[in-house]
Design a protein around this ligand. Structure first.
Ligand code: A2P
Length: 280
């Protein structure tokens, strides 16, 4: 299993990222990031709306790592859509993270028809700003999050740069097959948020039985299963032991049969967030 994926602009991205959604700001975020880097993660995923960028930045500094060895992602929040606001949001994000550049910047959620009559136009304007930032070199790749094929289709009509990434909810029982297929066909790498179903997968009996066979935890099984599906997992934890555990997924391989069994699982819980229905 390769430890990197390659994005459509040729840049390598570490194959597992450290998720920080719901990681409280302050010492917990700082220590979690330090621990993640210590045990081997080189890819950290945050967002302005998580409210922890300053602490993530402090954790990165405290780790003593070379900036160029790390891959840092953040996202522009929904209230900052549009050309000028996105440019300003990016400046605030890199200032809060205490960085000179980002490796990846994403549109956090698409503007959609349920909230905006001119949703396509709004996404186009936001994307123009993303392209502008990319062309200045202050971000090495740009992408989207929570975009369904119809949102991507509309964006691609006016985009000059194809998004490198689409970060979506992805875990056993919720594989978003149509969206993943569309992304693969358009050379857009899919990242998985909530790879453990925000913890909901951990008590699943079928997953437990399969995990036992490999002497791995259900969390490790889910993370490895995502990788073997060609998707990039972003597990979150604030526990030093679980942060380490979630990175120990390069030393086993799930068989074809077990992959199929997990791929065939029915929906068994998820966030329930649909980009076409959200109200935030
Ligand atoms: P904690 O941060 O206390 O470890 P997801 O990445 O799908 O959003 O899931 C995150 C949730 O799963 C959090 O509640 C996290 O809690 C928990 N979690 C993360 N890794 C593990 C693990 N290896 N074992 C058990 N729970 C985990």
């Amino acid at each position: 299993m390769n430890k990197y994926f390659k994005m459509n602009n040729g840049i390598a991205i570490p194959a597992i990222g450290f998720g920080t959604w719901q990681t409280p700001d302050g010492d917990i975020a700082i220590q979690s990031v330090e621990q993640a880097i210590k045990v081997g993660y080189r890819h950290i995923d945050t967002a302005a709306i998580y409210g922890n960028e300053q602490s993530i930045g402090s954790g990165i500094k405290k780790s003593g790592s070379n900036r160029k060895d790390l891959f840092i992602t953040s996202k522009v929040w929904n209230t900052e859509r549009g050309y000028d606001k996105t440019l300003r949001a990016f400046d605030k994000t890199i200032k809060d993270l205490q960085l000179d550049y980002l490796d990846l910047y994403l549109i956090h959620w698409p503007a959609t028809a349920n909230q905006f009559e001119n949703w396509e136009r709004l996404n186009t304007e936001t994307w123009k700003a993303m392209e502008k930032i990319y062309n200045t070199g202050k971000v090495h790749a740009i992408g989207v999050s929570n975009f369904q094929p119809h949102h991507l289709e509309a964006l691609l009509n006016s985009a000059t740069i194809v998004p490198a990434i689409n970060q979506i909810e992805f875990h056993p029982g919720f594989m978003q097959e149509k969206c993943v297929k569309y992304c693969k066909e358009h050379n857009i790498l899919v990242e998985a948020w909530s790879p453990l179903g925000t913890g909901r997968m951990l008590s699943n009996n079928l997953l437990k039985t399969i995990a036992d066979k490999y002497q791995k935890s259900v969390a490790q099984l889910c993370i490895r299963w995502i990788l073997q599906n060609g998707v990039l997992p972003l597990p979150k934890s604030i526990s030093p032991d679980r942060i380490k555990e979630n990175f120990e997924i390069f030393d086993f391989e799930i068989s074809k049969e077990d992959m199929q069994t997990i791929n065939n699982m029915e929906y068994c819980g998820g966030s329930g967030l649909d980009p076409d229905k959200i109200s935030f």
